[in-house]
Design a binder for this molecule. Structure first.
Ligand code: SF4
Ligand code: SF4
Length: 389
């Protein structure tokens, strides 16, 4: 079975050919209106970017989709979830909205409200059972779980651990609560190193679930109560709590597989016929939008992909990135994947900022997300690319 992926390139020779107009055309030609019934509350899942990283989606492009959803009778809202660690830039809904404003995403620019889907501190979600490769239960962010339909608007780029970050990541880990994200990234729970701890009590006040207490003159972390994702390691002045990097699964494949399990849970919960996918392949940076910096893009801007198949849309976008020439002075140049056909995502494992995330055995396995997604019947890597002007 082959899935159809519609594609519009980045060329813009007249006002008819703006990216916003191409998005409107892609919405029509891919029949995205069919996922929306009159009155449906429709989540438009985006990434709002982080800190001063300027390589993120453009608000006006999201607005074009907002207007098409409204035309189709839906009630759209633009949504994102909080990141791991309450003390991180996007760790709370407050931080997410501040970031959104900094990056130009507001009710006024979007034409729809922004809802941080997992609540003020990222602890609000719905547990969904899943017969995944690794996961049996996934916690989906509340507002996404309650949506009648969803359009994923993903920014195509690299990632230190999953290689490619596009649709499967946007509808996987991107749709989970802070607590839901934790088992995807992390293999264990933090501990307190008693040799470093001075019992200052900062972590006790910080922990939202009372998993840290003082007892007999020691500060103890009660692992069975710990929900992991809120990140007390960031606030300990003594660096006595296990650092985030030391909690990760030792192999990146674990995150990749679990992310696809999560994506399957989201699709199952919302309904396959109620979700559509857009991949915006511009500003294709080596690092994902969770980084608070944006390096030079690896390849020139490519265009916009639309599909009803989350696997096909990612396969098409990643094939296009690989086929593209690298940009001089970018990470592609740094790691020697400049020719059309060089695998830019595999090459990224040599990119210097990603050194802490390499597998111990140096294997490079970003493509397994497609194998896992096909196994879970999320979609197919066999696609027909339909180019529109
Ligand atoms: S914040 Fe660090 S030093 Fe202070 S009590 Fe907690 S673990 Fe100990
Ligand atoms: S102890 Fe666990 S639940 Fe409490 S802040 Fe630390 S990571 Fe979060």
């Amino acid at each position: 079975m082959t899935s159809r992926v519609y594609f519009a390139d980045m060329r813009s020779r007249s006002a008819d050919q703006t990216i916003s107009n191409k998005l409107r055309s892609l919405f029509d030609v891919s029949e995205m209106h069919k996922i929306i019934s009159e009155g449906d509350v429709v989540a438009l899942k985006v990434h709002l970017g982080t800190g001063e990283n300027h390589r993120h989606l453009r608000p006006e492009h999201v607005r074009a989709v907002v207007e098409k959803v409204q035309e189709a009778g839906g009630k759209p809202f633009v949504t994102e979830t909080t990141g791991i660690g309450l003390a991180s830039i996007r760790g709370t809904a407050v931080g997410c909205i501040k970031t959104a404003t900094l990056h130009g995403f507001t009710q006024e620019t979007l034409g729809a409200p922004i809802v941080i889907a997992d609540g003020l501190k990222g602890l609000s979600g719905v547990k969904v059972k899943i017969n995944g490769i690794r996961m049996r239960e996934v916690e989906i962010a509340q507002a996404i779980a309650e949506s009648d339909a969803m359009i994923s608007i993903a920014h195509v780029k690299g990632h230190p651990r999953t290689g490619l970050a596009a649709t499967l990541k946007n509808i996987g880990i991107g749709c989970l609560t802070k607590v839901g994200k934790a088992p995807l990234y992390m293999a264990k729970k933090p501990k307190i190193d008693q040799r470093l701890c001075n019992n200052c009590g900062v972590c006790i006040r910080f922990c939202p679930v009372g998993a840290i207490r003082q007892s007999r003159g020691r500060t103890e972390l009660i692992q069975r109560r710990c929900i992991v994702g809120c990140g007390c390691w960031d606030v300990c002045p003594q660096k006595a709590i296990t650092r985030w990097n030391d909690l990760h699964h030792p192999r990146n494949s674990e995150l990749i597989i679990r992310n696809v399990d999560a994506a399957a849970a989201v699709v199952k919960h919302i309904g396959r016929d109620k979700i559509a996918y857009l991949n915006l392949a511009y500003e294709i940076t080596p690092h994902c939008d969770c980084a608070d910096y944006g390096d030079v893009p690896m390849v020139p801007d490519i265009g916009v992909f639309a599909s009803r198949d989350p696997v096909a849309v990612d396969k098409a976008a990643s094939d296009a990135v690989i086929k593209a020439p690298g940009i001089a002075g970018s990470a592609a140049d740094e790691v020697g994947v400049m020719r059309p056909g060089d695998d830019k995502f595999t090459g990224l494992s040599e990119y210097s900022p990603f050194a802490p995330f390499r597998n111990v055995d140096q294997t490079r396995e970003w493509r397994i997300q497609f194998e896992v997604a096909e196994k879970l019947r999320l979609g197919t890597t066999e696609y027909e690319l339909v180019k529109i002007e």
